[in-house]
Design a protein around this ligand. Structure first.
Ligand code: SF4
Length: 72
């Protein structure tokens, strides 16, 4: 599983990510994007990857989800 990470300090509210993947990103009234869903499934990855690539300030990243540590 892959997870979207947002660095809100870097976001300038350009809206590029929202255009490319509107199910995942929405620019708020404060001019900073909100991540609507952080965990895209396989078939959604292409749009999200493109949104991450197109962010002009590199505010977005896709990182592998940590698997839970084994108990004990
Ligand atoms: S593309 Fe980047 S800078 Fe633009 S709204 Fe999305 S996260 Fe913010």
């Amino acid at each position: 599983m892959t997870r979207i990470e947002l660095d809100g300090e870097r976001c300038v509210g350009s809206g590029a990510c929202e255009l490319l993947a509107p199910d995942f990103f929405e620019v708020g009234d404060d001019g900073v994007v909100a991540v609507l869903r952080a965990e895209p499934v396989e078939r959604e990855l292409r749009d999200v990857e493109e949104a991450v690539r197109q962010c002009p300030t590199r505010a977005l990243a896709l990182v592998p989800e940590q698997s839970p540590a084994p108990a004990g």
